[in-house]
Design a binder for this molecule. Structure first.
Ligand SMILES: [Zn+2]
Length: 262
């Protein structure tokens, strides 16, 4: 019997059916995780609908964080690619599905209210779960603080999630993302109150920050969308997409080399 098996293996090896034995004794120093980015989303729907789309549809995410009751679900292994970023870009990187971990946070998203579009608050317990999850992912994959982003950062013309109610400042306070120093922003703001920079200056700074933008020198619809995405994150009290002194100061401080590390 053993002999028959040995013969069979020899025949299979001869026709290339048996994989070669692999020796793992040499390891390369130059390697890191395929996950370089962490992208945060809101689901923008009901829990049942979100779960169905993310498990049965053409889109997916590694994690789904329910709001009530708060529960973290893993839908895709971290070693696998999930489909949550879509057409997107950050600092020239466009293959973001292949290079990221995605977290969908259950939230109704942007809905039509009596006074226009409304956004919904995230319960504190849900954010606590997101923060703990993010910390674990960052530790496992060595993701840089400036690469923890929202869907609206990487796709500002299509997406607004996780929206202006998402507490980015909490992530900054936890040491997870860079945040502009308030005193430096206040100081620079005074200068920009006296003289607001040209649109081209804003476009150049937005590009330096990471957005894919066409520097037209005009306050076009695309530039407004990117400005709104930036404001939603760093100045959620007003995100009208209009260039102003505070936005200029925030951009200036964030793009200064010293602001890179939290
Ligand atoms: Zn999204």
């Amino acid at each position: 019997m053993k002999r028959t098996l040995a013969c069979l293996l020899l025949v299979l090896a001869a026709i290339g059916c048996v994989p070669p034995a692999v020796d793992h004794s040499y390891r390369a120093k130059s390697q890191d995780s395929r996950a370089q980015f962490l992208i945060l989303h809101f689901t923008g729907g009901t829990w049942e609908g979100s779960l169905k789309i993310l498990t049965e549809g053409p889109v997916s995410s590694h994690y789904l964080v329910r709001d009530n009751p708060v529960q973290v679900y893993q839908l895709v292994d971290e070693s696998q690619r999930a489909y949550h970023a879509g057409q997107s870009s950050w600092k020239g990187q466009t293959q973001l599905n292949a290079a990221s971990i995605g977290i969908e946070i259950q939230n109704a998203g942007d809905t039509q209210g009596t006074n226009g579009i409304e956004y919904h608050e995230y319960p504190k317990g849900q954010i606590d779960a997101v923060v703990a999850l993010v910390k674990g992912i960052v530790a496992r994959h060595g993701i840089r603080p400036d690469r923890i982003l929202g869907h609206s950062d990487i796709a500002p013309h299509r997406k607004v999630d996780p929206g202006p109610t998402f507490p980015w400042k909490r992530l900054a306070d936890e040491g997870l993302i860079p945040w502009p120093d308030a005193a430096a922003v206040a100081e620079r703001r005074m200068g920009y109150e006296a003289k607001l920079p040209e649109v081209l200056w804003f476009q150049t700074k937005l590009e330096q920050h990471g957005f894919a933008i066409t520097k037209t020198g005009e306050l076009d619809a695309a530039t407004r969308e990117i400005l709104a995405a930036f404001q939603m994150k760093y100045r959620p009290a007003r995100y009208n997409g209009t260039p102003d002194a505070e936005t200029a100061a925030l951009l200036d401080v964030l793009t200064a080399p010293a602001a890179k590390a939290p």
